[in-house]
Design a protein around this ligand. Structure first.
Ligand code: 4FD
Length: 248
């Protein structure tokens, strides 16, 4: 996967690209990440990338010329890449969208700054994505979020064979509770079943843990989900337990 990043602050990505799974994915050739400085495509003595908004008002707007030139440059380097503007107005970024993007060969992210970008750059944008309903000072953190979520879905990016398939959201459930040593921490032990060595029992316990955590923390995720017979049975069991409890 080829990632291009258009930004006026390419240095923001240095640490992100130098650590952990992202670093390893670069070293093993699974991804290539190329930050491009938009300012390199700005003309004039001061090479300005922003200007005052027509019609007046506070803040600055990113000028269309440097951005368009930078996009053209990135498209030449990543011919099969789609150009994505990160903005609060984009379509919501979700795990299914990450899976969709992971099928592409190239993604070029446009990181806007200031109060926005000149409307006329949309002619050069293929898609617009938002990482959540809040406003950032720039699109850079959003680009990192998407690069991170997409990279870990690429074949061989994670060490373990089925890590990405078994994690939260891949089946619209939150991850089950996890424990490691020590066996007792601050007086709290771990569930006996995890020490039983019975893999079927452990799998059942984990499904139950996932379902109940999702019900308590993110019931909205269950609304849209098609439940299997086993999942229904688990929820009914807890339902009956709660009914017992309230009826005495
Ligand atoms: N929620 C997001 C992305 C960018 C951003 C910007 C237009 C503002 C939030 C273009 C307006 C870029 C998000 C920069 N804030 N701020 O994904």
């Amino acid at each position: 996967m080829n990632f291009g990043i258009l930004t006026i602050f390419p240095e923001i990505f240095d640490s992100f690209l130098a650590h952990g799974i992202i670093r390893r994915a670069i070293e093993s050739g699974i991804i290539r990440v190329t930050p491009v400085n938009i300012r390199d495509f700005a003309g004039g003595k001061h090479r300005t990338t922003d200007d005052r908004p027509y019609g007046g008002g506070a803040g600055m707007v990113m000028k269309p010329e440097p951005l368009t030139e930078a996009i053209a440059h990135a498209r030449k380097r990543i011919p099969d890449g789609i150009v994505i503007l990160l903005s609060p107005q984009g379509r919501p970024f979700t795990q299914p969208l990450a899976q969709e993007l992971a099928l592409r060969n190239g993604l070029i992210f446009v990181c806007g700054r200031y109060e926005g970008v000149d409307e006329r750059i949309y002619a050069h944008i293929d898609d617009e994505i938002s990482v959540g309903d809040y406003v950032l000072t720039g699109g850079e953190p959003a680009a990192m979020v998407i690069i991170d979520a997409v990279t870990r879905l690429l074949p061989d990016a994670l060490g373990g064979a089925d890590s990405a398939e078994s994690d939260s959201f891949s089946d619209q459930l939150l991850e089950f509770a996890q424990y490691t040593r020590p066996p007792v921490f601050e007086g709290e032990g771990i569930p006996d079943v995890l020490l039983s060595g019975n893999h079927a029992d452990i799998a059942s316990w984990r499904l139950e843990s996932s379902l109940i955590r999702t019900l308590l923390k993110r019931p909205d995720l269950l609304e849209g989900k098609k439940l299997s017979d086993r999942e229904k049975a688990v929820l009914k069991k807890w339902c009956r337990a709660v009914e017992q409890l309230i009826s005495g």
